[in-house]
Design a protein around this ligand. Sequence first.
Ligand code: SF4
Length: 477
Amino acid sequence: MKIKEQWSLPNLKEAARRTRSAVERVDHYAIPANTFDLGVGKTYHISTYGCQANQRDSETIAGILETIGFKPAEDLEHVDVIILNTCAIRQNAEEKVLGEIGNFKRLYRSNKDLVIGVCGCMSQEDSFVKTILEKYPQVRLLFGTHNIQDLPSMLYDAMVKHEKVIKIYSKEGEVYENLPVKRFEHHKAWVNIMYGCDKFCTYCIVPYTRGKQRSRYMSEILKEVRQLKEEGYKEITLLGQNVNAYGKDLEEPIDFATLLEEVAKIGIPRIRFMTSHPWDFTNEMVDVIAKYDNIMPFIHLPVQSGDDEILKRMGRRYSAESYMRLYKKIVDTIPNVAISTDIIVGFPNESDEAFENTLELVRQCQFDNAFTFIYSPRPGTPAAKMEDEIDEETKRQRLYRLNEVWNGYALEKNKAYIGKTVKVLVDGSSKRKEDVYSGYTETNKLVNFSGTNIEPGDLVDVYITDAKTFSLDGKAV
Ligand code: SF4
């Protein structure tokens, strides 16, 4: 592979560096004059992988593309720009992305002007970029999480100068305000409150791919939420890799409980937030959630393991006991709260006893929902270098057992809804049956229900008639 001088490639070591220098804040966005109409008469398609931060980034990418004239593609056969916004959390996400790039090769063969671009967390990984450069010549644009705002000029170089553009910066990052956004939904919106993460959990690639923790100013966040309310949005989700640490990095520190309360006062009907690290979850936060009816009684609280030794090696900085204390405080203080979690099985050298400790914690917490995974080593992270003698079959069996246990509790919790009437924010109707709608309860339960003349964004009372592990059935009342 010949590296060209104008390319900038990722470097994980650089990406892990943290300095005390102030975060640069850029609040004016200017499109280069030579790109004003770059996309007129042309179309784009975005494939988004991974977490809500990526979904929100895709809304920015779409916003920028539409500002310079592109329209969403109705048919991929004649599309001009394809962007794959990738996720680096697990190995299988990489395999899916490479599979999709492979599928697009056919389109590139018949249209050599097609720009296939790859961005997101995976582009920040040197091994992934090397694979793309060596094996996927159809990718003509690679950029990272720190330079989405430069998309017009990068596209200009790819489309007009016919260059291959590789621009990935490994740095702490800035805060950009006022970038164009095209919201993909009209009743629910994502609101970034911070970027990056400084926790460096030993298995996680995010602090390397998304830079240091950079909180937005509260005034900017409140301005965005007020505007969303004026535009009629019914639900917002405050987004950050660890929202509980919000504001700790600001010149005048402020905490998440304060931000949450100010957001609640604006009066948007539903407020959610993700993700919460148990370490930073304060009593003040619990009290604010309990105090405001428009802060939804649903908390995603990743535990990852119920074993203290594993938690220590994961760098999580809490114990199973302190997690349980927090869990109890939340359940005792917030009426009807639902709690979900993330659990990794098969962390390097996880013993049978350690796994049993995780099962025991799950039995005690009886989560409403859980996202469970077999540990996937991410190159460049400390855990990827840890010795691991546990075979894959054992890991698979543990995942199976864990799923059996939490699924049982989830079903029990859902059954408790039968015969009750709950408020559902409607997402839309089923593709197959027009009179079957779906939406979410305040506690984030998916509900499929029958009714008539219902629109996405309506808040509907639904009587629950049946419960499954992952959803409820009902009818509008
Ligand atoms: S807090 Fe979350 S995003 Fe940050 S390092 Fe840990 S797992 Fe990754």
